[in-house]
Design a protein around this ligand. Structure first.
Ligand SMILES: Cc1cc2nc3c(=O)[nH]c(=O)nc-3n(C[C@H](O)[C@H](O)[C@H](O)COP(=O)(O)OP(=O)(O)OC[C@H]3O[C@@H](n4cnc5c(N)ncnc54)[C@H](O)[C@@H]3O)c2cc1C
Length: 340
C-alpha cells in the first residue's frame, strides 16, 4: 500500500506530536487522528515500523529482520488484527512450532511485510521521516504553553500542544534529560533503559527444505531461525531465512565488522540446518532489541501538567502486543482527559 503523503507544516501547532513510528507510535497516531486530533509523527528512519519494520531487498521483495510476528493474546489486540486481516494488511500465521501453539495466542504478520501494519496506521497522517528529534522544549506560542521539537541538525522545528514519546526507553530518557519538571518520567525511562539487550539479525537464502517455519536453536550463536518466505503473502522464489542471535552472543560481538558476523552466522546456520546458503544480506545490529517491561499501574506514563507522555513495549509486556496495548491505553486516557 502506498502511503498517502500529507503535507507537513513546521509552523502549525499540532494537537499531538508523536516521536517514533514503531507499532506504539503509529497505532497511537491512527487512533488520535480518528478521534479528530491533528497529529504529526516524527521518525528518525526512512521507513516506519521500528523493530517491527522490514528490510527492502528490491522493488518487490523484503524480509522482516525484527519481530517475526505479533503474538496476540488480548481481545483488544485480536480485534484490531482481525480487522486488518479483513482488509489484507495482516494475516494469521498458522505454521508455527508446537511450543508456540500451546496457548490461546494468535500469531499475526503484516502482509506482504511487517511494516505494512505501521504504513497502514499512518496513512493520511503527517509523517515526518528521516527526522531524529534531538531535544524538546517547553515554550509559549501565542500566549499558550506548548512544545517545540528540534531535529538533530537544528534546521527544523515543530510545534505541538502535547508530545507522546514512543521510542525505546533509553532514547526517551535522552529526550527527557534536559526538560525540567518531568523527573518521574525521566526516572522510569532510565530505570527501564538498564534492561535492554542487543541482537544481530541477517537474512540468507537456500534451496527449498522441509524444515519447520521456526527453529529455536540451542548451544548456538543463533536463538531463532525463521523461514520468512513461509509467512502468508510472501513470494520469493528461494527459501529465505532470517537468523536472530542470542543477546549473550550479540553482547560479545557487538562491535565486530559485518563481514565477520556474516561468516560466523552463516557457519552457525549450516550447523543447525545442514543447508548451504546461495545468497545473504548484510547483518543488522539491533542495539536496543528487547527489554524487561517495567510494572506500572497503567501501560503508559502521562504528565498532565506538562502534557507529555510515554508509550512503548517497555511499559507493557516488552513485546509487540505490549506496544499495541500501551498505545490503546494512552489513547483511552487522552480521550477522557480531552473531553473533560
Ligand atoms: C530481533 C528482534 C526480535 C523480536 N522478536 C519478537 C517476538 O518474537 N515477539 C514479540 O512480540 N516481539 C519481538 N520483538 C520486539 C518487538 O519488535 C517490539 O516489542 C515492538 O516492535 C516495539 O514497538 P515500539 O513501537 O514500542 O518501539 P519501536 O519499534 O522501537 O519504535 C520506536 C521508533 O522510534 C524511532 N525513534 C527513536 N528515537 C527517535 C528520535 N529521537 N526521533 C525520532 N524517532 C525516533 C525509532 O526509529 C523507531 O522507529 C523483537 C524485536 C527484535 C529487534
Amino acid at each position: 500500500m502506498k502511503h498517502t503523503q500529507i503535507p507537513t507544516n513546521t509552523s502549525l501547532l499540532y494537537d499531538v506530536a508523536i516521536i517514533g513510528a514503531g507499532i506504539a507510535g503509529s497505532l497511537c497516531a491512527n487512533l488520535l487522528s480518528k478521534a479528530g486530533h491533528q497529529v504529526c509523527v516524527l521518525e528518525k528512519s526512512r521507513g516506519t515500523g521500528g523493530r517491527a519494520g522490514s528490510k527492502r531487498l528490491n522493488d518487490e521483495q523484503s524480509c522482516d529482520l525484527g519481530t517475526p510476528f505479533i503474538r496476540s493474546t488480548q481481545a483488544s489486540t485480536q480485534a484490531i488484527l482481525a480487522a486488518l486481516s479483513d482488509i489484507g494488511v495482516a494475516q494469521r500465521w498458522p505454521q508455527l512450532p508446537q511450543k508456540e501453539q500451546e496457548n490461546d495466542a494468535q500469531y499475526y504478520v503484516g502482509t506482504p511485510k511487517m511494516s505494512a501494519l505501521t504504513r497502514h496506521w499512518l496513512n493520511n497522517i503527517a509523517l515526518i521521516s528521516n527526522t531524529r528529534i534531538h531535544h524538546i522544549e517547553r515554550i509559549k506560542k501565542q500566549n499558550e504553553d506548548c512544545w517545540q521539537l528540534h531535529n538533530d541538525h537544528h534546521s527544523k522545528h515543530f510545534f505541538a500542544k502535547r508530545i507522546v514519546i514512543a521510542t525505546p526507553a533509553p532514547q526517551a530518557a535522552i529526550l527527557l534529560a534536559n526538560t525540567p519538571d518531568i523527573d518521574t518520567l525521566l526516572l522510569k525511562a532510565i530505570q527501564a533503559g538498564q534492561t535492554y539487550q542487543s541482537q544481530w539479525a541477517m537474512w540468507l537464502e537456500t534451496e527449498t527444505s522441509t524444515l519447520p517455519a521456526i527453529i529455536e536453536a540451542t548451544d548456538s550463536p543463533l536463538a531463532r531461525l525463521i523461514k520468512d518466505n513461509q509467512k502468508p503473502c510472501r513470494t520469493p522464489a528461494q527459501e529465505r531465512w532470517v537468523l536472530q542471535t542470542t543477546p549473550e552472543w550479540a553482547q560479545k560481538h557487538l562491535n565486530k565488522e559485518n563481514q565477520e558476523i556474516t561468516e560466523l552466522l552463516t557457519k552457525a546456520f549450516k550447523e543447525q540446518t545442514q543447508l548451504t546458503p546461495s545468497a545473504c544480506g548484510e547483518p543488522h545490529r539491533w542495539l536496543l532489541s528487547r527489554s524487561q517491561p517495567i510494572v506500572e499501574n497503567a501501560p503508559y506514563l502521562w504528565d498532565k501538567q506538562q502534557d507529555i507522555g510515554l508509550i512503548g513495549d517497555w511499559l507493557s509486556q516488552g513485546d509487540a502486543e505490549g506496544a499495541m496495548l500501551s498505545a490503546l491505553s494512552l489513547c483511552d486516557h487522552l480521550s477522557n482527559e480531552l473531553s473533560e
